[in-house]
Write a protein that binds this ligand. Structure first.
Ligand SMILES: Nc1ncnc2c1ncn2[C@@H]1O[C@H](COP(=O)(O)OP(=O)(O)OP(=O)(O)O)[C@@H](O)[C@H]1O
Ligand SMILES: [Mg+2]
Length: 239
């Protein structure tokens, strides 16, 4: 069984007169087919953790392993070779390319991996867009989409190439309850197919359906009681 492992990650950002410690000795195994949710207060390092896992940021300390392969060795070289095959990433702020349609944004992932199987990739893109309820918008440009439609397009782009690990940064932040539930059903289907999902979420519905919920606060700990982890009215800090 494939596994992605974050091992003893620490991260700090320094400027001339300021140092921010963001992650402190965070370890996390992500087994194949698992769906893990992460909560934590704003600024606790959730996005930073996802970016390090995908090799988009280099941690100050620690490593990312894919099975026995240390992806963090040789700086980001190994990540750069394997990133597209291993990872799908839905950014917190979408980052769809404005000059490309929804379809072309998804197709870009195949172009990067030099996938020449045009028939298969066309069908795959259309299937995923249909699963996400945005097939009719395939020829629309991002500026023509609502926030929720943009979010679904970004999710489509993250899963269309069937990566092993899908990293989602608040995937349902702009969605209504029904669309959120449909997306979670899709995530569960992906997990059954062996895809692992790690999602940052403040959405109680998503959290209730994840296999594990973790709270990022002075390291990662199990957040078995989501309500107490979130607290009553003060965001995710909880009591
Ligand atoms: N490139 C950077 N340079 C300096 N500081 C940074 C940088 N990126 C993030 N930070 C700081 O690191 C901390 C964690 O940021 P991060 O984006 O990971 O938080 P988050 O948990 O995702 O927050 P939110 O819930 O608001 O999205 C913040 O204090 C942020 O200001
Ligand atoms: Mg964030």
């Amino acid at each position: 069984m494939n596994k992605l492992i974050a091992s003893n990650l620490s991260m700090s950002y320094s400027s001339a007169n300021h140092k921010v410690e963001v992650l402190n000795d965070v370890s996390l195994p992500i087994p194949q087919g698992s769906c893990i949710g992460i909560i934590g207060s704003s600024g606790s390092g959730k996005t930073t953790l996802l970016q390090i896992l995908a090799g988009l940021e280099t941690p100050t300390q620690g490593s990312i392993f894919y099975n026995d392969i240390n992806l963090s060795e040789n700086c980001l070289e190994k990540f750069n070779v394997m990133r597209n095959e291993l990872f799908g990433y839905a950014y917190q702020f979408h980052y769809l390319l404005d000059d490309l349609t929804v379809y072309e944004n998804c197709e870009l992932v195949f172009r990067i991996s030099n996938n020449k199987n045009y028939g298969d990739r066309t069908n795959r893109i259309l299937d995923v867009l249909s699963d996400l309820g945005i097939a009719d918008l395939r020829d629309s440009y991002p500026f023509m989409l609502s926030g929720g439609e943009r979010q679904r397009a970004a999710i489509a782009r993250a899963i269309v190439h069937r990566p092993n690990f899908v990293l989602m940064d608040e995937p349902t932040g702009n969605l209504d309850v029904k669309s959120g539930e449909e997306i979670m059903d899709l995530f569960k289907e992906l997990c059954k197919e062996g895809v692992s999902i790690l999602m940052v979420t403040h959405d109680p519905m998503l959290a209730s359906k994840a296999d594990r919920m973790l709270l990022l606060k002075d390291g990662l700990t199990a957040a078995s009681d989501i309500r107490s982890a979130w607290g009553t009215d003060s965001g995710v800090e909880g009591e």
